[in-house]
Every structure is written in C-alpha cells, then in structure tokens.
Design a protein around this ligand. Structure first.
Ligand SMILES: O=C(O)CCC(=O)C(=O)O
Ligand SMILES: [Mn+2]
Length: 199
C-alpha cells in the first residue's frame, strides 16, 4: 500500500490520532516534571478473593466535584497544579469542549499495563470525549469490539501525541495497553475527561 492509513475507519468509533501534537522539547519537560511532582499511588484491586496491586502508578486530578470511580474505588481529585492546569487549557482549546479532570497513568516498564476496558462510567454520560496525551516511551494501544476477542486495530502511541476518542466509541469498543517483553522507556499517559454526573 502506498499510503498506509494509521487509522482506518472503524464502525461506531471516532478516533483522532495526532502525532507531534506538542513540541517534543515541551513534552520532554512536561514528562520530567510530572514524573517527579506527582504523588503516585498504586491502588489495590480485590478480584477472585485476592488483593492485587494495579500494574502501573496512577493519580487523579480535577475540580473538587469530579469524584470518579475506577479500579473499584472512589477517588477524590487532587487540585490542579499549575502545570496540569496549563496542559488542560491546551487540550481544551484543541478539542473545543470543557474537561474537568485527568487520570494519570505511569507505565514504568513493559510489565506495567492496563487491561481491556471502555471509558463508559456513568459519571461521563453518553458519548464521552476522552483526550489522551502521551509522554515518554511508545506503547501499543489495542482496540476490540465489546463482546469480541479479536484485536481489530492497534496504534503505536508516541511521545508528544494526542489521541482523541469521541462519539459512540466507548459504547462499542474496548481498549488496552498490553504488557510487552520489548524494552520500552517509561511512559506517562494523561486522559482528560469531563465528569458530567459526579458521584
Ligand atoms: O495508557 C493509555 O494509553 C490508556 C489509558 C486508559 O485507557 C485510561 O486511562 O482509561
Ligand atoms: Mn481507557
């Protein structure tokens, strides 16, 4: 194929991948500051009668009312830092809608991961827009239909890129960041969201 399309049209999905969304040097500085300044947590999950720590580090920031449930727990947001507030403004300007919270996920190495899920919590309402900023090592982002098991599409999410998911995507598709044995640099992903119906 002459022009490999990085994002073929997937039915019932609206994805917009923008490599080089932010200047690479700015992205380097954001990554370095956020890794150091974030009070990382590693929430525990209780599955099949056993406690497991999630295989990554997380933090939740946002407006005070933007309480959010993930990994089976309710999280009170940390207040915006100047840097996260500035990044949020740029993301809001890019997507043209308000966003009142952000989930940070830090994948320290290839053994850190996020399992299959969709971002379809009731707090987000119908057809939520999720704006996902990628900093650091490249990781593969897989998509499969809800109810299916075959990966129908994968994207390599690069440093300084923005992936926007909108429309019906979360109601029809799941995504994951699988573990990999490939060497990969630490990666920080920030998913900006709008909590429309706080808990
Ligand atoms: O790390 C990623 O690219 C995905 C993160 C994600 O799916 C989430 O925060 O809900
Ligand atoms: Mn997600």
């Amino acid at each position: 194929m002459l022009f490999a399309d990085p994002l073929p049209a997937l039915t019932d999905a609206e994805l917009d991948y923008q490599p080089g969304w932010v200047d690479a040097a700015v992205a380097d500085a954001w990554l370095a500051a956020l890794v150091i300044d974030t009070p990382w947590q590693q929430p525990e999950l209780f599955i099949h009668g056993r406690h497991h720590r999630v295989p990554r580090l997380t933090a939740w920031y946002g407006e005070p009312e933007a309480r959010y449930r993930y990994s089976g727990q309710t999280h009170q947001p940390l207040p915006w830092t100047p840097l996260l507030g500035e990044i949020r403004q740029r993301v809001v300007a890019a997507v043209g809608q308000p966003l009142n919270a952000v989930l940070l996920n830090y994948y320290r190495d290839g053994q850190d991961s996020m399992g299959w899920h969709s971002d379809a919590e009731a707090e987000l309402g119908r057809n939520p827009l999720i704006a996902s900023l990628n900093l650091g090592g490249t990781r593969r982002f897989d998509l499969r239909r809800i109810g299916g098991s075959r990966i129908e599409h994968s994207l390599e999410l690069e440093h300084a890129s923005l992936l926007v998911m909108r429309g019906p995507t979360q109601h029809h598709w799941q995504h994951q960041v699988a573990k990999t044995r490939k060497a990969c640099a630490p990666r920080l992903n920030l998913t900006f969201r709008l909590i429309r119906f706080p808990l």
